[in-house]
Design a protein around this ligand. Structure first.
Ligand code: FAD
Length: 444
């Protein structure tokens, strides 16, 4: 009997265990993607563009034999499965709180047709790595050691050749939908073929220098694989298999472990999506109201008067991506210099980022705000000028994104040469640092 392969965060044909399972039996498979209106509301324009382009790439690779249907999965998937008389619906497992709820609803609606999950978007799936007493890790380093000891499977063999793809043209017209066009631009190409190309280039040219230079936003040395990983255009297993043993490889693997760690943390504590993981922070005073909104607007627009913060925020607004070190700096600034709720910043990031990922983003924010697992201690307040001078020593990054400062000699120590048109600092860092520490002491 035919099966349905329902794509979600695994928009690829290589290294895809769910495809191998779907193609067992007589090999007749209907490839399907459901454009869920809830994702349209929450994804942000750049992620939608990435998604739509990646779907086009997948459809091209399948010679058009990808059914794209619009609606709620718990309505669409059972209808599609019954239409092709499917024996099962195959998916890669999704561990996010939203994915879990959606899959439970689909499983119920499918009735006798099983929803079979194989594989996940991670090297080691959430829930697999626990302490000896069975409880989850709350600190990254011991998780990382256990994660390395646990290991992961070799890439799954590519199974596309064994599947006989069902032509979606035979489905009723009302089930077939278009892949929307978007008018927002992306600064990276999307989809499986682009991901493989990007990865091959990074391994050849970037991996060696990664350990030394990954914190330098001026050098463009990181892999830019985050959006590809977010949508599963490539599996991290494929990437781990190419890494080798050098220091760059070890440093890179550690970042992939962070990705697995945050997915595991969110899986274990789903409330940490929008609530402090460490509830001890629930009582910390944050600013809200009109004055706070005004500071928030300046932060979003990259008009804080702190060059490294403004460069990051403008890079984000213009491209949908920001270097990791700068994400940490701008997040720290929002929480500890502006005293705004981390959730405001997290929501803005999710609106803008092409790689916006619930686990990485929310826990990246919580780490910076001091309320997450393993968090940066709250009393360590980043000084934006020192951070800028350390990680963007020549000011190349700032000048790239803040044109007003292109002619300034030392962009990280603006004094009298602050040019007209570039804002004065919206806060006094030394005073706000002291204020942040005061608020922290109140809950300590
Ligand atoms: P590389 O340095 O090449 O890293 C390789 C891969 O490792 C990344 O693609 C990513 O999948 C993973 N990775 C790297 N750093 C981290 C990290 N700190 N935590 C978890 N995984 C990591 N990453 C996202 O993918 N989506 C987000 O929404 C996101 N939001 C963030 C918000 C904040 C406040 C912070 C501090 C970090 C956030 N990160 C997020 C993590 C990190 O900034 C990005 O993964 C990284 O900048 C992506 O660029 P890259 O692929 O060139 O990274």
């Amino acid at each position: 009997m035919p099966t349905v392969l329902w794509f979600r965060r695994d928009l690829r044909l290589r290294d895809l265990p769910a495809l191998l399972d779907a193609a067992q039996g007589d090999g007749e498979v209907l490839a399907c993607y459901v454009l869920d209106p809830r994702l349209h509301r929450s994804s942000g324009p750049r992620r939608l563009r990435y998604l739509h382009d990646a779907l086009r790439d997948l459809r091209d690779q399948l010679d058009g034999r990808l059914l794209v249907t619009h609606g709620r999965p718990e309505e669409r998937i059972p209808t599609v499965a019954k239409r092709v008389d499917a024996s099962a619906v195959h998916v890669s497992d999704d561990f996010t709180p939203f994915g879990r709820r959606r899959d439970d609803a689909v499983r119920r609606a499918l009735g006798d047709i099983p929803l079979e999950a194989s594989g996940s978007p991670y090297l080691v799936s959430p829930g697999r790595i626990t302490k000896a007493d069975g409880t989850p890790y709350k600190v990254f380093s011991p998780f990382f050691n256990a994660w390395r000891r646990h290991g992961w499977r070799a890439p799954a063999p590519t199974g596309a050749a064994t599947a006989r793809w069902i032509d979606p043209e035979q489905m009723a017209g009302e089930l077939r939908g278009d892949i929307p066009d978007d008018d927002v631009a992306l600064d990276i190409p999307s989809g499986e073929r682009a991901a493989l190309q990007q990865w091959t280039t990074f391994v050849a040219d970037g991996l060696e220098g990664y350990a030394d230079d990954r914190n330098r936003p001026d050098l463009d040395v990181t892999s830019r694989m985050s959006a590809h990983l977010k949508f599963g255009s490539i599996h991290p297993r494929t990437m781990a298999g190419d890494l080798g043993r050098g220091t760059g490889a070890q440093a890179y693997l550690r970042e992939l472990a962070f990705r697995d760690f945050y997915a595991a943390v969110l899986h274990e504590w789903p409330h940490s999506l929008w609530w402090n993981w460490n509830t001890g922070f629930d009582a910390i005073r944050v600013d809200e109201g009109a004055a706070a909104e005004k500071l928030f607007d300046a932060w979003k627009e990259g008009r804080t008067g702190f060059p490294i913060v403004d460069a990051g925020m403008r890079q984000l607004a213009e491209t949908g991506w920001m270097h990791n070190r700068v994400r940490m700096i701008v997040a720290s600034f929002l929480v500890k210099d502006l005293h705004l709720p981390w959730q405001w910043g997290a929501r803005w990031f999710l609106e803008q980022l092409v790689d916006g990922d619930m686990a990485n983003n929310q826990h990246g924010w919580q780490w910076t705000a001091g309320c997450g697992t393993d968090a940066a201690p709250f009393f360590r307040v980043f000084n934006p000028s020192t951070q800028g001078a350390t990680f963007d020593p020549d000011g190349t990054y700032v000048r790239r994104w803040v044109p007003e400062l292109r002619r300034v000699a030392d962009v990280h120590a603006l004094g009298a040469d602050r040019p007209d048109g570039y804002p004065a600092p919206i806060v006094d860092h030394a005073l706000e640092r002291a204020e942040a520490l005061r608020r922290y002491a109140e809950i300590g």
